[in-house]
Design a protein around this ligand. Structure first.
Ligand code: SF4
Length: 427
């Protein structure tokens, strides 16, 4: 009953991937701090970077900060970059000052950046040293948010990956949900699964250090986001087993994601149907309303958020769109394979970027909507193309049934706006 219908005979699973390794236009992994610090309420993210890093964080936060923020930048000055000062000593002093002023901090992340990587500042060593000094009140971990060869969603992946080796061990059979979603969305998933009788359910990252989940060979885990490949590999190394499924975007993706978990935990079909029938119906109606203006329209994805493949599956299968090119920064078939299996053969699947060549392909295709980073959106709009900022898809709640209509709306709104502008221009 809940198996996917209309499975294409030829899918994108085996489509040859166009691999490009040229110039790229993406944000760096520091961006993830914006949603991670909201999620982890007793964590502090200390970027060890330059003034550019500090500016990026301030502008990405996008608000005046009245309360004390839970992120900051330890600025590497010229002397540090030239190796003339001991950056480790300075870092220790900064951390000391921070932790004595903020006793509420229980987890401190030292976040590497391009400058700290270039001067090979060993933040892993610093984190170990500082953990010894500040345990058990504060655990200090490190990860890199640098923009060298990475894209912005890798920041969350690197952060969660850093947490996995220090999670406590358990022999209990538990479900671990992995990814930093807004609380309201996470609660929907937990409520639906709890109603089916699935449990105990833990979440990584937890809101507070005291709720940190344990992991072990009986742990079964499901990813909320397709960009958590390194975290998944770290959990596998701890013996946990991943539940494979398409990602929970749209009615179909959410149902298949929930069903894979339900099957793993022995939920019968009747219970599954009873729990999901009403929200599924609501999601279908909401998508249908928003999808009216999407049906038959074409979409082109530039590689950015790593959500591209699951989103293309949603837009083509549930909103009637046609994908021209689906570009993703990295394609991990072990993670997005279930989504590729549902995508009809046809679109170009590209990995990595050579931005000028890809712009040429996009201009030639003249898609109805182009999903891309902020840096490309304005120039493409000026050329008459309608765009959607990829980063908005990560900042907006778009997972699960109750957000399915909003997800479709994120794509239909720019098309409607463009339509109105044309009418006004023609009036
Ligand atoms: S980490 Fe690198 S890409 Fe990101 S803001 Fe700092 S210098 Fe720029």
């Amino acid at each position: 009953m809940n198996a996917p219908s209309n499975i294409p005979t030829r899918t994108c699973r085996d489509t040859p991937v166009l691999k490009e390794r040229g110039q790229r236009e993406v944000f760096c992994g520091l961006t993830g701090i914006i949603w991670l610090h909201r999620k982890m309420q007793d964590a502090f993210f200390l970027v060890v970077g330059s003034r550019t890093c500090a500016h990026l964080l301030q502008s990405a936060a996008g608000v005046m900060i009245f309360a004390e923020p839970r992120f900051g930048t330890a600025i590497l000055e010229e002397g540090d970059l030239a190796g003339m000062q001991d950056a480790h000593e300075e870092l220790d002093r900064e951390v000391e000052r921070l932790l004595s002023r903020r006793p509420d901090i229980r987890q401190l992340f030292l976040v590497g950046s391009c400058p700290s990587e270039v001067i090979k500042l060993d933040l892993a060593r610093a984190a170990e040293r500082l953990t010894v000094k500040h345990a058990p009140h504060v655990r200090v971990l490190n990860y890199s948010g640098s923009g060298i060869e990475t894209t912005f969603t890798q920041g969350e992946d690197a952060c969660l990956e850093a947490m996995v080796p220090v999670l406590p061990e358990t022999g209990a059979r538990e479900l671990l949900l992995v990814g930093a979603l807004p609380d309201v969305v996470e609660d929907q998933a937990v409520d639906l699964l709890t109603e089916m009788g699935v449990g105990p359910i833990r979440v990584l990252p937890a809101a507070r250090a005291s709720g940190t989940p344990a992991v072990g060979p009986e742990t079964r885990y499901a990813l909320f986001q397709p960009f958590l490949g390194d975290t998944a590999a770290a959990l596998d190394r701890r013996g946990a087993q991943r539940i494979e499924a398409p990602f929970p975007f749209g009615e179909e993706g959410t149902t298949l994601w929930l069903k894979a978990i339900a099957d793993e935990f022995g939920v019968d079909d009747e219970t599954f149907e009873r729990v999901t029938a009403a929200p599924r119906a609501r999601a279908r109606t909401a998508i249908a309303n928003a999808a009216e203006s999407l049906r038959g329209k074409s979409v082109f994805f530039f590689p950015d958020s790593q959500l591209e493949i699951p989103l293309a599956r949603f837009l083509t299968r549930e909103c009637g769109m046609e994908a021209v090119e689906i570009g993703a920064p990295f394609i991990h078939k072990g993670i997005v394979g279930a989504d590729l299996d549902l995508l009809s053969e046809g679109p170009t699947i590209s990995e990595g970027q050579d931005v000028d060549k890809q712009l040429d392909r996009c201009r030639a295709a003249r898609p109805d909507i182009t999903v891309c980073g902020l840096g490309l959106a304005n120039p493409l709009e000026a050329e008459g193309l309608t765009t959607k900022w990829a980063i908005e898809l990560v900042f907006t709640p778009v997972h699960f049934y109750d957000q399915a209509g909003d997800l479709a709306g994120l794509f239909s709104r720019p098309l409607r706006r463009r339509g109105l502008l044309k009418v006004e221009a023609g009036a």
